[in-house]
Design a protein around this ligand. Structure first.
Ligand SMILES: Cc1ncc(C[n+]2csc(CCOP(=O)(O)OP(=O)(O)O)c2C)c(N)n1
Length: 276
């Protein structure tokens, strides 16, 4: 069944609120990664708030779905989703990156709801693959989602996992590439051209899907198709915009890891229809 219009509107409103909260938190501590947190907003929000079988009261359920945020620097958007799911206290967002906070700059295994620590790029897909193999061996219906950046694809270890997941016919594994075409200090084309991104994954044996990574209904359909594909792992190439939702951040590498000034925050929040 496709995503209903009503539910899509609710999730879209959540995304708007999450963007504002994430930017306020990064501004509050004057440190963090706005660009890649905004680009992955719909992907994480749809997975956590609609698709994945996860809940705070059954956090240890062996059959829960797992998500590995391979691009760990987008942690603020992960935390905002975990808050919404009740894994973290409602008022904890502004503790981002502070001493003794559960919301560290990159995901820690000690944070409720986090399945795998991340930050060093390139390792997450292998970890997700290991989880998927274990779940399959146990006959669990759980699914594993790995969310990668396109700059992250420069890491060789990604391609080791990409090569082996089809061998193990891991139909319970879905990778998503947040394809925003911008990395830390330049475009992906400038830093390391990925060329035929779909063909690369396909040649390793993946079921390759592509959609607008800011379209909740488009993503939903792609996740449904991936779930129904039984012959091996699927990858969704999600076309996104770095800094999505804030005009002066969109498509700009400069906003990869730069905190917002008071003026930037006021402008961004106003654009997102929030209250400063
Ligand atoms: C192994 C490793 N090398 C370098 C870095 C520093 N680093 C953090 S984010 C980033 C760019 C990542 O680009 P991308 O995956 O496209 O992320 P996004 O644009 O989605 O934020 C880099 C090089 C890192 N975290 N890990």
């Amino acid at each position: 069944m496709p995503l209903t219009k009503e539910r899509e509107a609710e999730l879209s409103e959540l995304c708007r609120e999450f963007r504002i909260d994430v930017l306020k938190a990064i501004h509050g501590i004057q440190s963090g990664h706005p660009g890649g947190s905004l680009s992955v907003c719909e992907i994480l929000t749809l997975l956590y708030q609609e698709i994945m079988n996860v809940s705070a009261d059954k956090a240890d359920d062996p059959d829960r779905d797992r998500l590995v945020l391979c691009k760990g620097h987008a942690a603020p958007m992960l935390y905002r989703n975990l808050i919404e799911k009740g894994f973290l206290p409602k008022d904890s967002m502004m503790t981002l990156r502070r001493i003794n906070s559960q919301l560290q700059g990159h995901p820690s295994i000690h944070t409720p709801g986090v399945e795998m620590p991340s930050g060093p790029l390139g390792i997450g897909l292998s970890a997700a693959q290991g989880m998927a193999i274990g779940l399959k061996l146990n006959g669990s219906p759980a699914r594993v989602y790995a969310v990668l950046g396109d700059g992250e694809l420069d890491e060789g270890a990604v391609w080791e996992a990409a090569m082996s997941a089809p061998k193990f016919k891991l139909s319970n594994l879905t990778a998503v590439v947040d394809f925003n075409k911008v990395q830390l200090d330049g475009t992906t084309e400038e830093v390391m051209p990925i060329r035929d991104i779909e063909g690369k994954w396909r040649s390793f044996g993946w079921n390759v899907l592509r959609c607008d990574g800011h379209s909740l209904s488009g993503l939903y359909d792609a996740f449904s198709t991936a779930k129904n594909y039984m012959d091996g792992p699927s990858v969704i190439i999600a076309d996104t915009v770095k800094g999505k939702g804030v005009s002066f951040m969109e498509g700009k590498a400069a906003w990869h890891g730069k905190p917002l000034s008071d003026e930037d925050l006021a402008k961004a929040v106003a654009e997102l229809g929030g209250v400063n």
